[in-house]
Ligand binder design. Structure first.
Ligand code: F6R
Length: 612
């Protein structure tokens, strides 16, 4: 987590850095800081959000054509001013920003203390700053060499940028396990955790690889080396996304904008891949691996959080359609187990950011065991997209709101297309049925539009239940992952405790929670287990629980039982998650707003979880 930005060139660095930090605030907002060189190196930092830093520096000298800046999600040390980045080295000549964790920092710190170094913070990063100073001093070497030598002593993960008052026309960046992009302008350089702060200045970027160091010197071409000191040729790519996608576009929050973008984000996921009339569904990125998937012993899907919920939908889809056994694993658990994986297994890693540390580690483990590993990522060029053998992008566009919405529906869209294609290749689905699902899939974006235009029902229900302290979300079959996702959305942005359960499991425990104060959200759409879910609703009503139900348009039975219903259009059961998740996103959004919560930046969370 943490967002880093750096600039070197002929423009004023501060406005570029602070705007970059605002764009990266989704990666953490515990504290923020900036370091600039205007003859002298100055570091300014504050606890709290980027706006506090911006205010704090109003009366300070923010001149300079080189600088680094950071917005933090605390790992080592509480989120106070001392622990905020950038960190000076002890002689105050060097400043560093860092995203990641230096695992052997306690040992390094003790050694440095023994050599007389003092520390102002509890962070692992300050240790690195002093280690670089120490190397420079002992070896009488340049900043570039000192960073290289220091990093060879470090165990852990990092994306970092270092500047020195003694070499004021140079940025040194390094990456291992945390993302970093370099933007190449006409006569300037930009560095950031992702491309969003860079895009307005240049479209030419280099995504750094693990164990690489970049040397950016004014007026000189970009140099990249490995930390083993071998020269590499920088691979310059052109960025494709549009600046407008990074703005709120008239919406009060990114989350709301992203919820409303879903008709178009799903369309973008489908574009060029699904052509119902021709009976074609094809994902270019995995074409070479189709036979591998079709003949797989089993598929293992790995992910975290919302992406894990998308995998659960994927499990049902692959089993139903392609008859391939699927296991869905939390990446964080999988990486520390001794999972049974063979070369005949296919692992599908699903991630919006493509940077989630646990998912990356799980990918490494699966690769070590010889499995084929495919990725389903949203962020183009992200670490996961590059660590996997192949994959398909979700093409949902940048997701800025911390709570994932359009990325989830895009992930489900891609997994549905994959499962359909495998079913077609494997011959596990009659052609007429295949065609029917393809047509229905093509109609989903319009149906999502219909769901979004709910005439204010979600808002009205939010008003009614905004003060509840607990919520239960229940669904069965394809609607079980939707229940989990609905509960996660509510708890992460409104801080109301919410649990998702398979509806039939209610009687094995959660039913004890039900009383007149407990809102229970049922996803009770028309399917083969509809009657069973109706019985579960009756069980809740018999205990005076309040029922909010997502139902298929025209439903009468549940309408007669529930306190509130939200209708969604009729569709294939397997496509219901694409529609039913949307009112739950809206419900969570409105409840959070009514409770005065910061929906785009909920407390303690960050958009990409690049630490364990
Ligand atoms: C919830 C949410 C998180 C992420 C999880 C995985 O709204 O956004 O649960 O889904 O941190 O992140 P990615 O998909 O980037 O790997």
């Amino acid at each position: 987590m943490c967002g880093i930005v750096a600039y070197l060139g002929s423009k004023d660095a501060y406005p570029i850095l602070i705007n970059g930090l605002y764009k990266l605030e989704y990666r953490g907002y515990d504290s923020a800081g900036v370091a600039l060189i205007d003859n002298k190196l100055s570091v300014y930092k504050t606890k709290g959000k980027v706006s506090k830093l911006d205010k704090f520096v109003e009366d300070k000298n923010t001149n300079g054509f080189i600088g680094i800046a950071h917005t933090r999600w605390a790992t080592h040390g509480e989120p106070n001013k001392e622990n905020a980045h950038p960190h000076y080295s002890m002689n105050k000549k060097i400043a560093i920003i860092h995203n990641g964790i230096i695992e052997n920092y306690p040992t390094l710190k003790e050694e440095l203390k023994g050599r007389g170094y003092r520390f102002d913070s509890e962070t692992d990063t300050e240790v690195l700053a002093n280690l670089i100073e120490d190397v420079m001093h002992n070896e009488s070497c340049s900043l570039q060499d000192a960073v290289l030598i220091a990093l060879n002593q470090v165990v852990g993960a990092y994306a970092l940028v270092v500047i020195s008052e003694e070499e004021p026309d140079m940025l040194i960046a390094a990456r291992k396990g945390s993302p970093m992009v370099i933007g190449i302008g006409d006569d300037d350089y930009y560095i950031a955790s992702d491309a969003t702060p860079i895009i307005e200045y240049t479209k030419n970027v280099v995504y750094m690889n693990d164990e690489e160091i970049a040397i950016l010197k004014k007026g000189q071409p970009l140099k990249i080396k490995t930390i083993a000191n071998q020269d590499k040729t920088p691979y310059v790519q052109e960025l494709e996304f549009n600046l407008n996608t990074l703005e709120k576009g008239g919406y009060e929050h990114f989350m709301l904008k992203e919820i409303y973008e879903q008709p178009s984000s799903i369309r973008d996921s489908l574009r060029g891949r699904l052509r119902a009339k021709e009976g074609v569904v094809s994902l270019g990125g995995i074409v070479d691996f189709e036979q591998k998937i079709v003949h797989a012993n089993k598929i293992i899907m790995i992910a975290c959080g919302t992406s894990w919920h998308a995998c659960l939908v994927g499990e049902y889809l692959f089993e139903d359609l392609a008859r391939i056994p699927v296991e869905v694993e939390y990446a964080s658990e999988f990486r520390y187990r001794n999972p049974i994986i063979t070369e005949n297994d296919v692992v599908i890693a699903v991630s919006q950011s493509g940077e989630t540390a646990d998912t990356l580690a799980a990918i490494d483990l699966a690769k070590e065991k010889g499995a084929t590993v495919l990725g389903v990522c949203n962020v183009v060029g992200s670490s996961i997209s590059r660590a996997t053998h192949a994959g398909s992008y979700t093409h949902a566009g940048p997701e800025i709101g911390v709570a994932s919405t359009k990325a989830f529906t895009a992930q489900v869209t891609v997994l549905t297309m994959m499962a359909l294609r495998m079913a077609q290749l494997k011959g596990t689905i009659p052609t007429s049925r295949f065609m029917q699902i393809l047509h229905e899939m093509e109609a989903i974006p319009d149906k999502v539009e219909e769901v979004l235009n709910d005439g204010g029902v979600a808002q009205m229900i939010a008003e009614k239940y905004k003060d509840a302290t607990n919520f239960l979300y229940l669904g069965r079959g394809y609607n079980f992952p939707v229940a989990l996702e609905g509960a996660l959305k509510l708890k992460e942005i409104s801080y109301i405790h919410a649990e998702g359960y398979p509806a039939a499991e209610m009687k094995h425990g959660p039913i004890a929670l039900i009383d007149k104060n407990m809102p229970v959200v049922f996803i009770a759409t028309n399917n083969v287990i509809y009657e069973k879910v109706v019985s579960n609703i009756q069980e809740v009503k018999a205990r005076n629980g309040k029922v909010i139900a997502i139902v298929t348009k025209g439903d009468k039975v549940v309408r007669g039982l529930a306190d509130y219903v939200i209708e969604i259009p009729e569709t294939e059961d397997m496509l219901v998650p694409l529609l039913a998740s949307i009112p739950l996103q809206k419900l969570a959004y409105y409840i959070a707003v009514m409770r005065g919560c910061n929906v785009d930046q909920p407390r303690n969370l960050a958009k990409s979880v690049t630490v364990e």
